[in-house]
Design a protein around this ligand. Structure first.
Ligand SMILES: Cc1cc2nc3c(=O)[nH]c(=O)nc-3n(C[C@H](O)[C@H](O)[C@H](O)COP(=O)(O)OP(=O)(O)OC[C@H]3O[C@@H](n4cnc5c(N)ncnc54)[C@H](O)[C@@H]3O)c2cc1C
Length: 468
C-alpha cells in the first residue's frame, strides 16, 4: 500500500470525493442525459438531487448565519449578487481587462459584501477575486445556458459511473506518458511511456492538466502549435485544498448542506454526500468539506494539517455554536483529512479559472469535434489540454465539459492514464479525482479512418520519424 493509500484508508464509511462533487446545471446537461438514459450498472437506485446554491450565507464579521430564503431581505447582498449577474449582459470585447475584484469595487460593492463575492464567485471559479479575469467571466456568463442549480449524486458515486463507462474499453492506468511523437505526413502517432513502452495509433486525444503541459512534462515531437503553448501559459490552473472533517453528530439545520462564508478562514463548506444528509437518513458519521481555492489555498496548506483542521472546527463552532453549546464541531470531530491538489504530481493543481490576459486565447486549447469527426482534416495533434476547459462551448473547467469531449469524440479504443485509478472516491479508490478513465485516448483505424496525406502536408508540420 502506498503512503497515499494509507493516508486515506479507513477514513470514511461512505464514498467521499477528494475532487469534484457537483454537476453544474440542470438544463441540456449531457452527463445528466447520459445518467437518465443509461443509469449506472449495479446501482438501480442511482439518481441525482437538484439543489439551489448558495444555500446558506455566513457573515464572519457579524457572526451571522442566514438561509438563502432569509437573505432575500438583505438589499446590500441582493445588489452584490445583481452586480455579478450583470456580467452576463456585458460584451467581453468592450470592457477593460480587469479583475473581478476591480469590477465589483468599481460598481460600488460595499466593503461588507466584497469578501462575500469572493467566497461565492471567485472561490468557486478557482482563485481569489483579484486573480479572476473579468473578460473571461463575462464570456462564460454570456454563454452559460445550462442553469444555476447544483446536482449531487444519490445512490451512487462518481467512481461507479466512471467504472461503468470504462467497461469494454482497454484502460491502462499507471501509464505515464513522457513523449508524444507524430510522424506528420508519414503516418501514425506514438505515445511513449516513462519506462520506454509505447502505443501507436492513427490519432490521439490528449487531456492532461494545463500545468503538466505548461511545465513541459511531456515532450512533443514535433512541438505543439505555438498558440496552444501560449494559451497553456496564460490560462491559469490554480490550486484547491479540501479539508474534510469527520463528525459523530449533527449540529447544523436540517435544510443546510452548504454555507458560503465571508471574512472567514474557509470560504465555503458543505456536507457530503449531501443527498444522504438532506434525506435525513441517520448516518454513523457525517463529513463536512471545507473548500478553498487559488493562492489562498496554497497559503492555508502551509499550515500543519491538524492545525488547519482545528481552525476549521473553530469556524464551524462560530457558525453553528450557541450559548448552550458553544463548540459543537470541536466536540463532534473524530478525524480529518487534508487534500492539497498542488501536491499531486499528475495534477499540479486543481482546474483552470477565468484568467487575466487570457480572453480569446483559451480557444486555442479547444477540442474541435468537427476536425476529429471529419475526414477532410488531419490535425497533427487532437490535443485538448484540460479537456473540460476547452471542450465545453464556453470553456468552463467542469466535469460536464470533459464528458462532452468524450461523448462527442469518436469511439476511443485505448485509454491511458498515469494515475493508478480513475476515481477520487474514498474509501477503496484513493488518490484520484473524478475524471474519465483516461488522459490519452488513442484512436485506432477502426474508429477513425486514415485521412489523405496531403492534408497533413497542408498543416505544415515537420515529420518526426517513427522507427517502424
Ligand atoms: C478539488 C476539486 C473540486 C472540483 N469540483 C468540481 C465540481 O464540483 N464539479 C465539476 O464539474 N468540476 C469540478 N472540478 C473540476 C474537474 O475535476 C475538472 O474539470 C475535470 O477533472 C477535468 O478533467 P480533465 O480530464 O481535463 O483533467 P483531469 O481530471 O485532471 O485528468 C487529467 C489526467 O491526466 C493524467 N496525466 C497527467 N500527466 C500524465 C502523463 N504524463 N501521462 C498520462 N497521463 C497523465 C492525470 O493522472 C489525470 O488522470 C473540481 C476539481 C478539483 C481539483
Amino acid at each position: 500500500m502506498s503512503a497515499n493509500e494509507a493516508r486515506y484508508k479507513g477514513f470514511s464509511h461512505v464514498p467521499v470525493e477528494l475532487g469534484p462533487e457537483f454537476i453544474h446545471g440542470e438544463k441540456e446537461n449531457l452527463l445528466l442525459d447520459y445518467l437518465n438514459k443509461h443509469g449506472v450498472a449495479g446501482k438501480p437506485n442511482a439518481t441525482t438531487m437538484q439543489l439551489k446554491w448558495p444555500n446558506y450565507f455566513y457573515f464572519g464579521k457579524e457572526g451571522k448565519l442566514v438561509s438563502g430564503k432569509d437573505s432575500e431581505g438583505d438589499k446590500e447582498l441582493t445588489r452584490m449578487l445583481d452586480t455579478f449577474e450583470m456580467t452576463g449582459e456585458m460584451d467581453a470585447d468592450l470592457i477593460p481587462d480587469e479583475s473581478l475584484l476591480q469590477y465589483m469595487a468599481r460598481m460600488g460593492t460595499s466593503s461588507r459584501l466584497i469578501d462575500m463575492a469572493d467566497a461565492i464567485f471567485a472561490n468557486d471559479y478557482g482563485n481569489e477575486a483579484s486573480k479572476i479575469g473579468l473578460k473571461e467571466v463575462v464570456h462564460e456568463q454570456d454563454s452559460w445556458k445550462y442553469g444555476e442549480d447544483y446536482l449531487v449524486l444519490d445512490g451512487c458515486s462518481f467512481s461507479d459511473i466512471v467504472n461503468d463507462m470504462a467497461k469494454g474499453l482497454d484502460v491502462r492506468t499507471s501509464w505515464k506518458a513522457k513523449e508524444v511523437l507524430h510522424s506528420g505526413p508519414c503516418g501514425r502517432c506514438r505515445v511513449v511511456r516513462d519506462n520506454g513502452d509505447s502505443i501507436q495509433a492513427d490519432r490521439i486525444i490528449i487531456t492532461v492538466p494545463l500545468n503538466i503541459l505548461r511545465d513541459g512534462d511531456i515532450l512533443f515531437k514535433p512541438p505543439l502549435p505555438a498558440d496552444k503553448v501560449q494559451a497553456a501559459a496564460v490560462v491559469q490552473q490554480s490550486n484547491c485544498v479540501k479539508v474534510i472533517l469527520r463528525l459523530k453528530e449533527v449540529f447544523w439545520p436540517a435544510d443546510c448542506w452548504d454555507v458560503v462564508c465571508s471574512d472567514s478562514l474557509i470560504p465555503e463548506i458543505w456536507l457530503t454526500p449531501a443527498a444522504q444528509v438532506l434525506k435525513g437518513i441517520p448516518m454513523k458519521e457525517y463529513y463536512m468539506v471545507g473548500f478553498v481555492a487559488g493562492e489562498r489555498a496554497t497559503r492555508l496548506a502551509a499550515l500543519p494539517a491538524d492545525e488547519l483542521a482545528r481552525k476549521m472546527c473553530l469556524q464551524l463552532d462560530a457558525i453553528f455554536g450557541s450559548a448552550q453549546n458553544p463548540t459543537p464541531c470541536s466536540k463532534a470531530c473524530t478525524g480529518f483529512l487534508v487534500q492539497d491538489w498542488s501536491k499531486e504530481p499528475l495534477a499540479k493543481g486543481a482546474y483552470s479559472h477565468p484568467s487575466l490576459g487570457a480572453y480569446g486565447k483559451r480557444d486555442a486549447l479547444r477540442y474541435d469535434s468537427r476536425s476529429c469527426d471529419s475526414r477532410s482534416f488531419w490535425p497533427v495533434y487532437q490535443a485538448s489540454f484540460d479537456a473540460s476547459a476547452s471542450a465545453f462551448p464556453q470553456g468552463i473547467p467542469i466535469m460536464v465539459g470533459l464528458f462532452c469531449l468524450y461523448v462527442r469524440s469518436p469511439v476511443t479504443l485505448v485509454h491511458t492514464s498515469a494515475s493508478p485509478s480513475a476515481s477520487s472516491t474514498l474509501p477503496g479508490r484513493p488518490h484520484k479525482r473524478v475524471s474519465t478513465p483516461a488522459s490519452m485516448a488513442v484512436l485506432t483505424p477502426a474508429s477513425m479512418p486514415s485521412l489523405p496525406l496531403e492534408r497533413a502536408d497542408a498543416a505544415g508540420h515537420a515529420c518526426a520519424q517513427l522507427d517502424d
